[in-house]
Design a protein around this ligand. Structure first.
Ligand SMILES: Nc1ncnc2c1ncn2[C@@H]1O[C@H](COP(=O)(O)OP(=O)(O)OP(=O)(O)O)[C@@H](O)[C@H]1O
Length: 497
């Protein structure tokens, strides 16, 4: 799983490094296993009649250790290059995924998961392959290799080594599975924490949320205790299996020694073999937590990278450089967990027209602009551009916007069919309209009476509904809601229309 995720993220370009890493780490494990076995002739010579005969075996041991060191070093180089490959993939896919998030997704759980993924993947990806991959390969391959090399010494030892190694791996896996099951069972406890942190920032400090925080902290504490309760049996199981393996290996060595099938020196060398098996399998137990978090990080990274590659491979959205007709049919919008702020909006904006959206504070003007721009997905209804259904990605591609804290006028110059402006953001409306009139369909939100003289039509919103629409002169002469609104503006700012 981990390997196939890494392969999917780093692609064909990383193939050579992946093969080098796995091949050389495997070779290093083989060298380590054979160096343990070289101890048998070394000890035999040292404790025999001619200790000087140990020199060639010591030379072989030194050679094996030097080759192990070289193989590990070379593999680490390849592992680092794989890690940098992962980082490159994150650097491409991460920002692209963030750019595609709509405004209504910025506070969503999906966005916070993406943020978490990037926060962990960026620092961890480079070192993860070397720091976790090498010990994992050693831990998995060393015991079977030692068991194989023990065959000529005594098949019984080979069987106990292999069986013991497998039993320890199974114990590690069982304790890991129990922990993972407990983590899944209590995962929903995290959700209120995320909800609180990301989706309701404006309600912080309220009494209700103080109570919610206390409940979340309590639930979190309960979860930690439960997880701990699941961890303890896992550790107990592992130590029980370890003791059983030590006893079995010791019993077989003693039996073989006492029955004359094994020399005393070989029996002593077996202690080193056993220690190596315990050491690498024990490392596996320490590695299991970081490995499972790296595995989940890689699986998420793979999903992200594959989604972005599919997106990049899709046909690009064509943006004709001419004004587009906009049809808004029964559009509603509600902020998450809130009552709707747009309700059944119907608009028909001819290509090249200039429309002003007006209304009292909180009537839904900015929200409508965001929805038209594709930055928010409508909760109901549909939006068509030139008669074609226009999902958010199409709206974003075809609209140029000037709103937000500092409206960068330059954004208005991109090829677009629709231009959306909030006049509060300091855009020179008269100059901009002079430049764009006829070449773009323009929708602007304004709270300034003098702007109304520059537009073809006015849409008046009240409580998320269109309550009046038509030519400005026609609406004001009728003495309806727009007249009242303009009167209030004039009172407030002492302006004359
Ligand atoms: N991010 C948000 N989360 C929740 N509610 C929001 C959010 N933004 C706006 N609202 C609410 O949606 C409603 C419509 O807001 P919107 O900003 O669209 O109105 P507006 O007509 O542009 O107001 P103003 O003229 O004061 O800018 C208001 O009740 C507002 O409190």
């Amino acid at each position: 799983m981990i390997y196939s995720d890494i392969a999917a993220v780093t692609g064909a370009a990383g193939r050579r490094d992946r093969l080098v890493f796995v091949g050389l780490t495997g070779l290093s494990t083989l060298l380590q296993a054979s160096s343990v076995m070289t101890l048998i002739p070394v000890l035999h010579a040292l404790f025999g009649d001619a200790p000087a005969q140990a020199w060639p075996w010591v030379g072989l041991l030194v050679l094996q250790l030097a080759l192990t060191w070289l193989a590990d070093g070379w593999a680490a180089g390849a592992g680092l290059r794989i890690g940098f490959g992962l980082l490159d993939a994150i650097a491409t896919a991460g920002p692209a995924a963030i750019r595609r998030l709509g405004l209504d997704e910025l506070e969503s759980r999906r966005a916070s998961r993406l943020r978490d993924l990037l926060a962990t993947a960026v620092p961890e990806s480079v070192s993860a392959v070397v720091l976790l991959g090498s010990p994992l390969i050693h831990a998995v391959a060393l015991t079977p290799l030692l068991a194989l090399l023990l065959l000529p010494v005594a098949w019984q030892l080979s069987v106990v080594a292999l069986g013991g190694g497998l039993a320890m791996c199974a114990a590690v896996a069982a304790s890991r599975r129990a922990l993972a099951a407990a983590e899944t069972a209590f995962a929903d406890v995290d959700d209120p924490v995320l909800d609180f942190a990301w989706t309701r920032p404006e309600r912080r400090g309220e009494r209700a949320d103080r109570r919610a925080t206390a409940a979340v902290v309590k639930a979190s504490r309960r979860r930690s205790l439960h997880l701990l309760a699941w961890q303890v049996p896992g550790h107990l199981l592992l130590s029980a299996v370890l003791i059983a393996v030590l006893l079995a290996f010791g019993a077989v060595v003693s039996h073989l020694y006492l029955s004359g099938q094994l020399s005393g020196v070989t029996a002593a060398a077996m202690a080193v073999v056993l220690l190596r098996i315990v050491e690498v399998t024990g490392a596996l137990s320490l590695l299991s937590a970081p490995l499972s978090s790296a595995a989940s990080m890689l699986a998420q990274l793979r999903a992200l990278v594959e989604a972005e590659r599919a997106e990049a491979g899709a046909a690009p959205i064509v943006v004709p450089d001419r004004p587009c007709a906009v049809t808004v049919a029964g559009v509603g919008y509600a902020y998450p967990g809130r009552a709707p702020v747009l309700r059944g909006i119907d608009l028909d904006l001819p290509a090249g027209s200039v429309t002003a959206v007006v209304g009292g504070s909180g009537s839904g003007k900015s929200t409508l602009l965001h929805v038209l721009a594709g930055l928010r997905r409508q909760s109901s209804g549909s939006i068509l551009l030139d008669g074609q259904a226009a999902p958010t990605a199409v709206r974003r591609a075809r609209a140029a916007v000037a709103f937000g804290e500092h409206a960068p006028g330059a954004l208005l110059d991109k090829p677009a069919g629709l231009v959306l402006i909030d006049t509060e953001t300091g855009v020179d409306v008269a100059a901009t309209l002079e430049r764009l009139r006829g070449t773009r369909t323009v929708v602007l939100v304004t709270r300034r009476p003098e702007v109304l003289a520059l537009v073809d039509r006015v849409v008046v919103l009240e409580d998320g509904r269109v309550v009046e629409q038509g030519a400005c002169a026609e609406l004001t002469s009728r003495g309806g809601i727009l007249s009242d609104l303009v009167g209030r503006w004039e009172q407030a700012e002492n302006w004359q229309l």
